[in-house]
Design a protein around this ligand. Structure first.
Ligand code: AP5
Length: 218
């Protein structure tokens, strides 16, 4: 049976870092709405141009753009056994749309691990983050330094600092998260799907906790 997981958490909580590891262990694709937007931005597609206006202000890209984009990705054949969603859903409307989409395809969400980290830690994490240009692999100057400065260990491409990791934009992203995405915590708790993990632990400790969740849920 297909298995679908939603990784929830504020900007910089470690969703992308953990999703890459957990998706590989569970043999499902890692679907990051942020990465799909950034690929479109890099390739200067129409979608990328529309998303850029919102992303550079730290705002959410409107639901009518985002929902269709993620549903297209979920319709691809590599998702037939499930997927690990990172950064989606992010609004109650997206959450409803995801439920309907999965129901219509005879699927459901199996678990929603929520990585919880304080705002102070988020700012430190995002200001020290470096991301690889080719595949979006994530590093941190203090917590996960690359072997060679400015170069991705995994594919040798250049590392860069995301435009939306500037302090003012980070603060706006955290505010937007509190207002528009945090209500999903109660939404999924009520459905019995929410599993909170202390995201202030080390990367390895968080991975252990997340694996214990995804390996033990129905
Ligand atoms: P998106 O790319 O999804 O950004 P985000 O949710 O803000 O999350 P981040 O990628 O910033 O952080 P993360 O939790 O993945 O942390 P990471 O693992 O990198 O979205 C970007 C924008 O796209 C949005 O603002 C919006 O405009 C748009 N968008 C995307 N999805 C959308 C949607 N569904 N609807 C509408 N708009 C959407 O870790 C951060 C740093 O911390 C790294 O340096 C890492 O090495 C380090 N780190 C990780 N874990 C630990 C640890 N345990 N201890 C110490 N350091 C750690």
């Amino acid at each position: 049976m297909a298995r679908f997981y939603v990784l929830l958490g504020p900007p910089g909580a470690g969703k992308g870092t953990q999703a890459a590891i957990i998706a590989e262990k569970c043999a499902v694709p890692h679907i990051s709405s942020g990465n799909i937007f950034r690929e479109n931005l890099q390739n200067e597609t129409e979608l990328g141009k529309r998303a850029k206006i919102f992303m550079e202000k730290g705002e959410l890209v409107p639901d009518e753009i985002t929902i269709g984009m993620v549903e297209d990705r979920l319709s691809q054949t590599d998702c037939k056994n499930g997927a690990l969603l990172d950064g989606y859903p992010r609004t109650p409307t997206q959450a409803q749309a995801l439920n309907e989409f999965l129901n219509n395809h005879g699927n459901k969400i199996n678990a929603v691990p929520f990585i919880n980290v304080s705002s102070n830690d988020l700012i430190e994490r995002l200001s020290g983050r470096w991301t690889c240009k080719a595949e979006g692999h994530v590093y941190h100057l203090k917590y996960k330094p690359p072997k060679q400065a400015d170069i991705c260990d995994l594919d040798g491409s250049a590392l860069y600092q995301r435009e939306d990791d500037k302090l003012a934009t980070v603060e706006q992203r955290i505010k937007v998260y509190s207002e528009q995405t945090a209500p999903l915590i109660a939404f999924y708790k009520e459905k019995g799907l929410l599993y909170e993990v202390d995201g202030s632990l080390s990367i390895e400790q968080v991975t252990e906790k997340l694996l214990a969740i995804v390996e033990n849920v129905e």
